[in-house]
Design a protein around this ligand. Structure first.
Ligand code: NAD
Ligand code: GLY
Length: 370
């Protein structure tokens, strides 16, 4: 097992990454505050891993909330179920919430923990690759609104993250590949050497080689932990973690939450950001081709939803959190491994990009992973 630290002073916390650690009491119990524990999971993950997670809690009395499965349930209405359970069972301010599941469960549970009685402790046990390399780390929590993705939320750091890579054995290929998109992101924004490693090893990740997975999860979390420690609340460099997100969130909102997986939308968005960079002459066409190639090798989308027009895209992007004083801002690339945030781009290049990116039928996304 490897342990990394997210260095945030007296709110620092460990990320444990390993195999067969889900039921390990020594990793979990020291982070439980008080004696009231609520595990939040969903109807898919519960039959697979709830019992194991409960066994890691020894003699603690635990309550469980099992949510419906899906991005479309990442809402305030569903979060309310957690609040209701906590209140009905008289949970107090020393309660600990445990998120057992993918990024949806993690984001909702973290948000509930941030709000319940103005903030209680929580622990992340991520069970998708995407959650293990990204969403469980860094304290961004929240839910979607029909008008915009992740628009209601709070920063609230967990007490610890426990990543058992064996949970990936039950994840389907499409979800695994969506997680690989976020792994590729770290190479693109700040870690060229990692990108080269990915070019050499992407097939090993797809084939779920354990050593490759552990290496990639570690390296991704190291990158994320460094960025979060330097800029927890995203006043500067943390924005780089949003490469592809302005486009990606527009795709997720515009197609209906859950039609495109988050990682798929980010893959498409990252290629659009790279393409926009190339259209300005900031990124070479050779590097753009390398980015497209690695996404294709992971069966990730390299086009946009056929049903979204350029104008719809522009309208959807205008509600993005990165819009400042009415101006769109993008994370773009100067090279693979060198990203920057800018609002100085040519509108004509953006419009050409939106008009020229090939359309993909959303129904084909599933097929390409079968
Ligand atoms: P998800 O949570 O919907 O999980 C994907 C699917 O896999 C679900 O059907 C889930 O039930 C299932 N699943 C989970 N673990 C499983 C397992 N071990 N075996 C079999 N099935 C399993 O999606 P995700 O990709 O994990 O997360 C996406 C969400 O994360 C989005 O809402 C996105 O906005 C959010 N996110 C947040 C951050 C952050 O910093 N907070 C960062 C990136 C993404
Ligand atoms: N996924 C972007 C962030 O955590 O900042």
């Amino acid at each position: 097992m490897n342990t990394l630290t997210v260095a945030l002073g007296d709110r620092s916390y460990p990320i444990h990454i390993g195999s067969r650690i889900l039921a390990d009491q020594q990793l979990l119990i020291p982070h439980i505050k008080g004696n009231q524990v609520l595990i939040v999971t969903n109807e898919t993950v519960a039959p697979l891993y709830l019992e194991k997670a409960q066994s890691a809690l020894g003699n603690f009395e635990t309550e469980t909330v099992i949510l419906p499965d899906g991005e479309k349930y990442k809402t305030l209405e569903i979060t309310r179920r957690i609040f209701t359970h906590l209140l009905e069972k008289h949970f107090n301010r020393t309660a600990t919430l445990i998120a057992l599941g993918g990024g949806v469960v993690g984001d909702i549970t973290g948000f509930a923990a941030a709000c319940y009685q103005r903030g209680v402790n929580f622990i992340q046990i991520p069970t998708t690759l995407l959650a293990q390399v990204d969403s469980s780390v860094g304290g961004k929590t929240g839910v979607n609104h029909p008008l915009g993705k992740n628009m209601i939320g709070a920063f609230h750091q967990p007490q610890c993250v426990i990543t058992d890579i064996d949970t990936l054995n039950t994840l389907d290929n499409r979800q695994l590949n969506a997680g690989i998109a976020e792994i590729i992101k770290y190479g693109l924004i700040r870690d060229y050497e990692f990108f080269e490693w990915l070019e050499d090893n992407i097939e090993k990740l797809i084939q779920r080689d354990k050593d490759a997975l552990i290496y990639a999860i570690n390296r991704s979390c190291m990158n994320k932990a460094e960025v979060v420690a330097a800029d927890e609340k995203e006043s500067g460099q943390r924005a780089l973690l949003n490469l592809g997100h302005t486009f990606g969130h527009a795709i997720e909102t515009g197609t209906g939450y859950g039609t495109w997986l988050h990682g798929e939308a980010i893959a498409s968005g990252m290629l659009m950001a790279a393409d926009l960079s190339a259209r300005h002459g900031w990124l070479s066409s050779h590097e753009l081709a390398r980015i497209k190639s690695i996404l294709l090798r992971a069966s990730l989308p390299t086009g946009t939803p056929a049903e979204l027009s350029a104008q719809q895209f522009l309208d959807l992007m205008s509600v993005d959190k990165k819009v400042l004083a009415g101006k769109l801002r993008f994370v773009l690339l100067k090279a693979i491994g060198k990203s920057f945030v800018t609002e100085e781009f040519e509108q004509s290049h953006l419009e050409e990009l939106l008009n020229e990116t090939p359309g993909i039928n959303s129904a084909d996304l599933k097929i390409r992973n079968d």
